[in-house]
Design a protein around this ligand. Structure first.
Ligand SMILES: Nc1ncnc2c1ncn2[C@@H]1O[C@H](COP(=O)(O)OP(=O)(O)OP(=O)(O)O)[C@@H](O)[C@H]1O
Ligand SMILES: [Mg+2]
Length: 282
């Protein structure tokens, strides 16, 4: 098992009202091959949940197990080991860039996890090439590149640690449509080539429906749905999740009601357009 939550609750300390940001969460996530989206309204506990996956937060109640290891482990080295295994890309990760050069920034993680200088450099170069950061940029300051490139450098910094599971907290937020597509293509390739489990937090239902197979819905800190995306979007009580339908599904629903085209659940624009071409030739 990759990641397991057993009845996990977490309350931020120091709040006047002491309520659980996540509450009685049970989850099992495979170490390989999953593409999971975590969705829910703002404040529903998504970021709090994923920070438990590499011991940035520890449960107030319940247990988290990562690769069979109970958190927190007794020895500090073991926490480092887990942070290497589960790579977490934060919301707006570019705020955490800080080194003088791009390549140093990407090397920071592997060096911190005991790689030698030359190993770290190799890992950083490999990660930079995966995210499409050209070697000509290595010696530049990470603060003199575009927002989209900064985001890629930050992602490369996590990939350089060669994590087994990749957790992405709204990785495309604030990017333009092309930047969004390009970054998602990178994650998709990592998932397909290396069969890595990817956990993606997103408010963008179009991305969720195109990329994820499994969706976890949070509402006020509770898991209210955990299953196949097909079962979520076709759920008879979908409206109770307070989520938007993905655009391709909205279009096909509208067309089937207005024109009588048979309804077919389609989760991305490519399959929608293929289907519409098919029916228009019939
Ligand atoms: N550092 C903190 N201290 C106190 N309360 C916090 C802290 N971080 C989050 N919270 C509260 O915990 C709850 C869950 O927040 P969380 O950031 O996990 O939600 P989220 O689903 O990630 O939201 P968003 O979609 O806006 O990123 C919210 O009520 C939030 O106000
Ligand atoms: Mg969040």
């Amino acid at each position: 098992m990759g990641i397991q939550f057993k009845d996990v609750s977490y309350a931020y300390r120091g709040l006047k009202v002491n309520y659980d940001a996540i509450s009685h969460v049970n989850l099992s996530i495979e170490p390989k091959g999953e593409f999971i989206a975590i969705v829910g309204q703002t404040g529903s506990g998504k970021s709090t949940l994923v920070q438990h996956m590499n011991a940035l937060l520890l449960p107030s109640f319940g247990n988290v197990l990562v690769f069979g290891q109970n958190l927190p482990p007794k020895k500090k080295e073991k926490i480092n080991f887990l942070r290497q295994k589960v790579g977490l890309v934060f919301q707006f990760p570019e705020y955490q860039l800080f080194e003088e050069t791009i390549i140093k920034d990407i090397m920071f993680g592997p060096k911190n996890f005991k790689s030698t200088e030359s190993e770290a450099l190799e890992k950083a170069k490999k990660a930079a090439s995966i995210v499409g950061i050209d070697a000509s940029l290595y010696e530049q300051s990470p603060f003199r590149i575009s927002g989209g490139q900064m985001r890629r450098v930050a992602v490369a910094g996590i990939l350089a640690m060669e994590p087994e599971i990749l957790v992405l907290d709204e990785p495309t937020r604030g990017l333009d449509p092309k930047g969004r597509r390009d970054l998602m293509a990178i994650f998709k390739e990592i998932h397909e080539k290396e069969d890595k489990t990817i956990i993606l937090i997103s408010h963008d239902m179009d991305l969720v429906s195109e990329y994820a197979r499994r969706v976890i819905v949070l509402d006020e800190g509770k898991v209210v749905f955990d299953g196949k995306k097909e079962d979520l979007f076709e759920h008879s009580e979908f409206s109770k999740f307070h989520l938007d339908l993905p655009t391709p599904l909205k279009i096909i629903k509208y067309l089937s009601e207005e024109t009588g085209i048979p309804y077919k659940p389609l989760y991305d624009f490519e399959s929608l357009s293929t289907y519409l071409k098919e029916v228009s030739h019939e």
